[in-house]
Design a protein around this ligand. Structure first.
Ligand code: DUC
Ligand code: ZN
Length: 470
């Protein structure tokens, strides 16, 4: 790399950089093109494009728009403990994995205002987040004051919300979901839903406890996929009543997807997210004799039967599933130890923000389950559109932020926790051999990661998001 700095109109020192010789993953397919970056923005994309004070040779590499992870939980209190990754460590891991924007869930406690939750999340993230970031707002209560706060949330750049059909601390009833959705519809907002049947799960847990079956293998057995499908079906009927589009987050299985198809067939707008853990891992992980080996995979919904993975990949290929996010919610093995005597005390969640891009390329594109265009859509373009960031994010075109993942398809490495920067002492994909690897990550025109090294300081900016437009 070589070059000299120039001065932009605003007097800010900027340098034009040409990323030369790569293949750009565009919305209509991969195209050989050079990318000219000017300051924080993309200035041009084209085959014959030249110029720039410095040239970076990216021949043989794929250039993706920076990945967006629309489902992270950093610095969240769960089950009497706090996630191992805060915004500092989590966003650093995200950036290393090609994710240039995360959307985390601001989470006021029941009885607190949305504004309180938002202030708290700004305090957690501000000044030490490595990638750009936004927040969804959790609605875990519905009353006149929360209703009255919603316009302020939009003004603060929050256009998407989250509701839970499970977890007593956060779940919200059918009436409140219905009323909240009607209000969101009027305001042009959208909501994602965690769909599992809380009541029946509670009953099943009580049965297991009474039988003394307190091991990790009771976790998947008390959260079967048909209870996820039931909750998806119920939520979609409530959405039908409210006439409001909705997002099903972390969908894991074909029975739940079938309910989405039914709703779409009757004319509803439904978006679906899945996660790498449901595409690559399966429930056998819970049946290890070694507590620690099993407990590290506890998340909700749980990992499913291996046969489900095929349905999810097909759903992605057909465009039935629009996004892959991680639900990154990391706990150390010591934290996972909290459930040695009782599986319900294991804090639920997996790390994933650092490995998503390489896993989806390796298990998806390289195995011909999805193509490059679909990978670009589900990791970047679709979340940008769905969550009101497009075209600033989610595309490599003139005027967009110069968030670029330079992916070398010829590289390969073994995923090891010891090599990762997330603040957690295991990796769910330990030993996985990647096809290809991330060579560079550019964040708003700045080289932020090179060959696994995160460069510079935390310069992530809060993203004021517009309305959903997928
Ligand atoms: N599932 C988890 O496993 N952890 C955090 C939240 C969630 O939905
Ligand atoms: Zn989550």
């Amino acid at each position: 790399m070589s070059g000299e700095a120039g001065r932009s109109e605003k007097g800010v020192v900027s340098m034009k950089t040409l990323l030369k010789g790569g293949t750009v993953v565009t919305e209509s397919g991969p195209k050989r093109a050079n990318v000219l970056v000017d300051g924080e923005k993309i200035a041009g994309v084209g085959r014959l494009l030249s110029g720039g004070e410095r040239t970076v040779d990216v021949s043989g590499c794929l250039l993706f728009p920076g990945f967006i992870d629309a489902h992270t939980h950093f610095d969240l209190d769960v089950a009497g403990t706090t996630t191992a990754d805060n915004f500092e460590t989590g966003s650093r891991a995200a950036l290393r994995g090609g994710t240039t924007t995360v959307i985390d869930f601001a989470c006021p406690n029941k009885g607190e205002s949305l504004q309180h939750g938002l202030d708290l999340w700004h305090a957690k993230a501000g000044g030490h987040t490595w990638c750009d970031y936004g927040f969804h707002m959790t609605i875990d209560d519905w009353n006149d004051s929360i209703r009255a706060e919603l316009p302020n949330m939009f003004a603060a750049g929050i256009s998407s919300f989250k509701m839970y059909l499970t977890y007593p601390a956060m779940m919200i009833g059918d009436r409140d979901i219905y009323l909240a959705l009607k209000r969101l519809k009027a305001l042009g907002g959208i909501a994602g839903f965690h769909c599992e049947n809380a009541g029946v799960i509670d009953g099943m847990i009580a049965e297991r406890k009474a039988a003394g079956e307190l091991g990790v293998c009771s976790h998947p057995r008390t959260r079967p996929q048909y209870l996820e499908a039931e909750a998806v079906a119920r939520l979609l009927r409530i959405a039908q009543a409210a006439d409001c589009p909705v997002i099903i987050v972390h969908l894991t299985n074909h029975e739940a997807l079938e309910e989405v198809r039914r709703a779409r067939a009757r004319g509803q707008t439904v978006y679906v997210e899945t996660c790498p853990q449901y595409l690559l891992l399966d429930e056998n992980r819970y049946f290890s004799e070694d507590y620690s080996q099993a407990a590290r995979y506890v998340c909700a919904p749980p990992l499913r039967n291996r046969a489900e993975q095929k349905f999810l990949w097909e759903g992605l290929k057909k465009g039935e599933i629009q996004t892959i996010s991680t639900d990154h919610c990391s706990f150390t093995l010591a934290q996972k130890d909290m459930g040695r005597e009782d599986f319900t005390k294991i804090p639920g969640g997996l790390p994933g923000v650092e490995t998503r891009g390489e896993l989806i390329y390796s298990a998806g594109v390289a195995q011909h389950r999805i193509n490059l265009t679909t990978m670009g859509k589900v990791l970047s373009e679709n979340p940008a559109r769905l969550y009101g960031l497009y075209p600033r994010k989610g595309t490599l075109r003139p005027g967009s932020d110069a968030d670029i993942v330079v992916y070398d398809p010829g590289a390969s490495h073994v995923i090891r926790a010891a090599d990762c920067v997330a603040n957690v002492d295991y990796n769910p994909y330990e030993g996985f051999v990647t096809c290809g690897g991330i060579r560079q990550v550019w964040l708003r025109g700045r080289l932020a990661v090179e060959n696994g090294r995160v460069l510079g300081t935390p310069e992530g900016q809060y993203m004021v998001r517009g309305k959903s437009a997928l």
